[in-house]
Design a protein around this ligand. Structure first.
Ligand code: F6R
Length: 610
């Protein structure tokens, strides 16, 4: 999704800005642009192509400057077109542009502001909500950019992180945030700004995280901050080592495939040689918090939400604590009944998902202060805002469709289940030892599932011509069926739905024809015989079943029942293994259909707008 980079230096900062944009590319974008102070003017280049194209454009134009801002845009208001790409300029009517601005987020009152500014004579050249901010700052400008930005943000409703340049103040860059992340990077006699510390990796590791309402004044080698009340404020400087080493594809065709195959390592790293279960794995205060709470509320979006749904089965069954799992974008606006004795768990790969962050804040505003996050980015807003945290060690995930982030989330959630069970005196020493043994063996078990890839490729060719698919699972494999369907639709664009198999006859069975492949997760668990009855319902109506069946399930292949035999049933951790085959299926179907696997249309990696 949208990304921001900015710099004030005494050297040409165009390479720094381009490098920052390249680091943010994996998040998904549809246009990009740069503006710099050059020869006394604000000059810009914008493109609806990749950052590499923008780079060629800049080289051809010999564009250089000491102060600049850059942006990758993921369209919300206005089509992905050059005139909608950031940076936006204002002051065009007065000769050269006076203000240049980039923005992440959404301004909700942009219509009202647009009408007001048009009445003052401003002419809009884009359909974006962003352009209103540029004109508003220009309108308010009276010789001090910092003051103009402070005044302008008083008028904005919605979420924003902005970076602003003024033609009349060539060594100054102003940043402000509310609801969207923004960090300051400190160099030697130079200062930087970005929507994510990752964009500044290799440039500086000295990072300050802005708080909501902060306005930052960046000048050569110095930064001054004001908080939401306009008071001077200091934010701590962190040394941040961002792991960027994901770029090499090695023998793989796509990052998604590489990331699927990295799962034994990612899960192993997430387990960190844990030899015993204790609450402190989740933070110093975790024991006290776990002791206090008597229910769990899980908040997340998309794939992370499915991880939460799986955890509900685990936590309720093993720790005997009631669990509610909610889609963050629903919870934040729902009139729910809060209970202060709730452990609020957010799950997020990026830790910056706007809806999940807002849901977390909403829960806290309702008096629920026991917060924990399962997150893949230690420096993210989610980790900073929660009392307790467990950092998954998936490493950077480049493919937009989440794979290793999901299985590491499940791994962490299983550890959380055990820790809660222990504190609630539901876990015997023998059970603890058994589960730890299974967890330690998990990377090897995943590797055995990955070896099934050639069989999955055979199936993928048959799926390539389909336009619809159903995914069935029962019990704790039902969320995995939904995750399998999500993966398939995201990257192959085949319409897919995940259902609890028992629901089939309550509606979706009407869809079952020869043209509808029905993917079934068949673990050898206590629901197997029930699941087999559901499969019969499909079979009797001419439906074609594609079954991932554990060993010893006695499900055999026939003309319309295709079976891939999984290894031994893996008990409570079985959802993790069944996830891997569904990832492989989605991946190879997408390859067979020739889609852009790592950057599926319309999707972004980190969803920082509502
Ligand atoms: C799907 C996918 C998304 C994310 C969702 C939440 O493959 O990746 O559904 O899971 O956007 O993102 P995070 O986990 O970063 O909060």
């Amino acid at each position: 999704m949208c990304g921001i980079v900015g710099a004030v230096a005494q050297r040409n900062i165009v390479p720094v800005l381009l490098e920052g944009l390249k680091r943010l590319e994996y998040r998904g974008y549809d246009s990009c642009g740069i503006a710099v102070h050059a020869e006394g003017q604000l000059q810009r280049a914008r493109s609806t192509q990749r950052v590499a194209e923008l780079e060629k454009q800049l080289q051809a134009a010999h564009l250089q400057g000491f102060t600049g801002i850059a942006h990758t845009r993921w369209a919300t208001h206005g089509a992905p077109a050059t005139h909608n790409a950031h940076p936006h300029f204002s002051g065009l009517g007065k000769g050269n542009a006076r203000i240049a601005l980039v923005h992440n987020g959404i301004i909700e009152n942009h219509d009202e502001l647009r009408t007001e500014l048009q009445a003052k004579g401003y002419v809009f050249e884009s359909q974006t909500d962003t352009e209103v901010i540029a004109h508003l700052i220009d309108y308010l400008y009276a010789g001090d950019l910092f003051v103009a930005v402070q005044q302008a943000i008083q008028r904005l409703r919605g979420a924003y992180a902005i970076a602003v340049l003024c033609q009349q103040e060539p060594h100054r860059l102003i940043g402000a945030r509310h609801g969207s992340p923004l960090v300051i990077g400190l160099g030697v006699n130079e200062t930087f700004l970005a929507s994510d510390a990752l964009a500044l990796a290799g440039t500086t590791d000295q990072i300050m995280y802005l708080e909501d309402g902060d306005v930052a004044d960046l000048q050569l080698g110095k930064v001054w901050l004001a908080d939401r009340y306009g008071q001077s404020v200091e934010r701590p400087v962190h040394t941040v080592h961002v792991h960027t080493g994901a770029a090499d594809l090695g023998p793989y065709r796509h990052y998604m495939q590489k990331e699927i195959f990295e799962q034994p390592r990612a899960v192993g790293d997430t387990l960190q040689d844990i030899n015993s279960i204790n609450a402190e794995l989740f933070g110093d205060q975790a024991y006290q918090v776990f002791k206090t709470i008597d229910r769990v509320l899980i908040l997340a979006c998309g794939t992370s939400y499915y991880a939460g749904l799986t955890a509900k089965y685990w936590i309720e069954s093993l720790a005997r604590i009631p669990v509610n799992v909610e889609i963050a974008s629903e919870y934040r606006y729902r009139d729910s009944v809060p209970d202060p004795r709730t452990l609020v768990v957010t799950i997020s790969q990026s830790g910056e998902t706007a809806d999940t962050l807002a849901a977390l804040k909403h829960a806290r505003s309702l008096g629920m202060e026991h917060t924990l996050t399962i997150c893949n980015v230690a420096t993210s807003a989610m980790v900073r805002e929660c009392k307790l945290a467990y950092i998954t060690r998936a490493g950077v995930e480049i493919g937009v469709a989440s794979t290793k982030a999901f299985t590491t989330q499940l791994t962490a959630l299983f550890l959380l289940t055990l820790a809660l069970a222990q504190v609630k005196e539901q876990l015997s020493a023998e059970q603890e030892a058994d589960y730890l043994k299974s967890l330690r063996h998990l990377p090897t078990a995943i590797a055995a599932v990955l070896a099934l890839e050639p069989q999955v490729i055979d199936w993928a060719d048959r799926f390539a011509s389909k336009e619809n698919a159903l995914f069935l699972g029962r019990g704790m494999h039902f969320p995995i069926a939904m995750e399998g369907a999500l993966k398939l639709k995201e990257i192959s664009y085949i319409h897919a739905e995940g259902y609890p198999a028992g629901e089939l006859k309550h509606g979706p069975l009407a869809l079952v024809t020869e043209a509808m492949p029905v993917v079934t997760i068949a673990p050898r668990d206590e629901l197997l015989e029930k699941l087999k009855s559901n499969m019969e319902e499909v079979h009797a109506r001419g439906g074609e079943l594609y079954v991932f069946a554990d060993a010893d399930t006695r499900i055999s292949s026939s003309e319309k029942i295709h079976v891939i035999r999984m290894p031994e049933h893996y008990g409570k951790l079985s959802p993790i293994l069944h996830t891997v085959t569904l990832q492989l299926l989605a991946y190879h179907v997408a390859c067979a259909r020739g889609t852009d696997v790592d950057k599926p249309r319309n999707l972004a990696k980190s969803v920082t707008v509502e």
